[in-house]
Design a protein. Structure first.
Length: 375
C-alpha cells in the first residue's frame, strides 16, 4: 500500500492513541494504559509506515532523514519556549550547557528543571522513535531473514539485562535502552503488517497469541506485586503491548462508516495532521490549566465543576498551541502551510447542459404568440 494513500484505519488508531495519552496525562489512572496501550500502538503504526518507505525508495538514508526532518521542527518550537522559561525561572543544579544539545536532537531525554518537567516527561517517545527510525534499515534486514525471532529478540535481550544488569553508569543509557528494547517488538510487528505476513497467519492463531500475551503479562504482574504495577515491569508490559498490537494489526475493518460521517472523518484528518503538536503540548497545557483555573476562581463551581473547568482550560490551551504552532508540521512535511488543516469539501463537478443534436424547426401555435403579447 502506498504511503500517499491514507489508511483510515491507521489514522483512526493514531487518533485514539493520541486521545488516550492526553486523557491519561490529565487523569493518570493505570487502568487507562491497560485498556488501550497507546504507545505500543503508535510505535507499531510508525514501524509499518517506515517499512513501506524503505521498500518504496532506493535510499535508506533519505528515508531516515525524511522521518527525522518531519519530527524535529515541532520539537524545536517546544524547546524555544521551554528552555528559556526554565532558565528565567531559575534552574538549580543546571547541567553544562552542552547538555542542551538534547533539546536540538533528542538522542536522550533532554535535561530539565522542576519547572519544565511536565514538558520534558513526554519526550522519551521522540527519543525512542528516532532511535528506531535510525535502526530501521538494520532491523528490516534482520526481519527479512528471521521474522519471528526478530520480534522476540528485543524482549529476550531486555529480560537478560533485567536479570544481569550491565548498563553503563549513566542512567540515560539505561532509560533509552529499556524503552528501545521494550517497543522494538511492536515496531517490527509493523514490518510484518506492511509486508502482509500477519494477514497470511490464521486469525484464530493470532487471536490466541494475543490472548496468551495479554493474559500472561497480567498473571505475571499479579504474582509479582512487589515489583509495582504492570507498567513498571518493562518485559511484562512489552509482552502485553505486543498482544494488543497483534490483534489490532491483524484485523482490517472496513472504514466506509467513517467516510459516511463527514464531521468525524474531518476530525480524524485534523488530529492526524497535528499529531506531533498535540502530543508535545498536551502535558504543558495540563500543567498550566491548574494555576490558570485557580486564577479564574474555578473553585466556585464546586468539586465536579472545578475538575470540568480545569479540563476546559487545558483543552483551550491545547487548541491554541495547535493553532499557533501546528503549521510547523506542514513546513516539516513540505505541505502547504495551513493555520487549521480542516479538510475542504470536495468540489462537485458541474454537469454541462446537453448539446443540441441538430437543428429543428419549432412551430409555435398562434394562440401562444398572441398570449405572449397580451397586455
Amino acid at each position: 500500500m502506498a504511503e500517499s494513500r491514507r489508511d483510515r484505519y491507521f489514522d483512526l488508531l493514531r487518533v485514539l492513541a493520541i486521545i488516550r495519552v492526553s486523557v491519561y496525562h490529565m487523569f493518570p489512572f493505570a487502568v487507562l494504559e491497560l485498556v488501550f496501550p497507546s504507545m505500543g500502538v503508535m510505535f507499531a503504526l510508525a514501524g509499518s509506515l517506515m517499512a513501506n518507505s524503505l521498500a518504496s525508495k532506493p535510499s535508506a538514508l533519505s528515508v531516515v532523514w525524511g522521518r527525522v526532518r518531519r519530527l524535529l521542527p515541532a520539537y524545536w518550537v517546544l524547546g524555544l519556549f521551554v528552555v528559556p522559561a526554565m532558565l528565567l525561572a531559575g534552574w538549580d543544579e543546571r547541567p553544562a550547557l552542552w547538555h542542551l544539545i538534547a533539546w536540538v536532537v533528542p538522542f536522550v531525554s533532554p535535561p530539565s528543571s522542576d519547572f519544565g518537567l511536565q514538558a520534558q516527561e513526554v519526550i522519551w517517545y521522540l527519543v525512542t522513535y528516532l532511535w528506531l527510525v535510525a535502526l530501521s534499515p538494520v532491523l528490516l534486514w534482520l526481519y527479512r531473514r528471521a521474522r519471528p525471532v526478530t520480534v522476540v529478540l528485543p524482549l529476550a535481550l531486555l529480560l537478560a539485562l533485567t536479570v544481569w544488569p550491565v548498563w553503563p553508569a549513566n542512567p540515560n543509557f539505561q532509560e533509552v535502552g529499556t524503552d528501545l528494547l521494550m517497543y522494538a517488538g511492536c515496531w517490527i510487528l509493523g514490518f510484518a503488517h506492511r509486508d502482509g505476513s500477519l494477514r497470511r497467519i490464521s486469525g484464530w492463531l493470532v487471536a490466541a497469541l494475543a490472548i496468551v500475551c495479554v493474559a500472561g503479562a497480567l498473571v505475571w504482574a499479579h504474582r509479582h506485586p512487589d515489583d509495582g504495577v504492570l507498567q513498571d515491569m518493562p518485559v511484562a508490559y512489552g509482552v502485553y503491548q505486543i498482544g494488543f498490537v497483534l490483534a489490532l494489526l491483524r484485523i482490517q475493518p472496513s472504514m466506509a462508516w467513517l467516510a459516511k460521517r463527514r464531521g468525524l472523518d474531518n476530525w480524524v484528518t485534523l488530529i492526524n495532521a497535528r499529531a506531533v503538536t498535540v502530543y508535545l503540548w498536551n502535558n504543558v497545557a495540563i500543567a498550566l490549566c491548574f494555576p490558570i483555573g485557580d486564577a479564574l476562581n474555578t473553585w466556585m463551581f464546586g468539586e465536579l465543576g472545578e475538575e470540568i473547568s480545569y479540563c476546559v482550560v487545558a483543552l483551550a490551551l491545547l487548541i491554541n498551541a495547535v493553532l499557533f504552532f501546528g503549521w510547523v508540521e506542514d513546513l516539516a512535511a513540505k505541505r502547504r502551510l495551513r493555520f487549521l488543516p480542516w479538510p475542504q469539501p470536495a468540489a462537485v463537478p458541474a454537469v454541462p447542459a446537453p448539446a443540441p443534436v441538430g437543428r429543428a424547426t419549432v412551430r409555435v401555435p398562434a394562440y401562444a404568440t398572441a398570449a405572449r403579447h397580451r397586455p
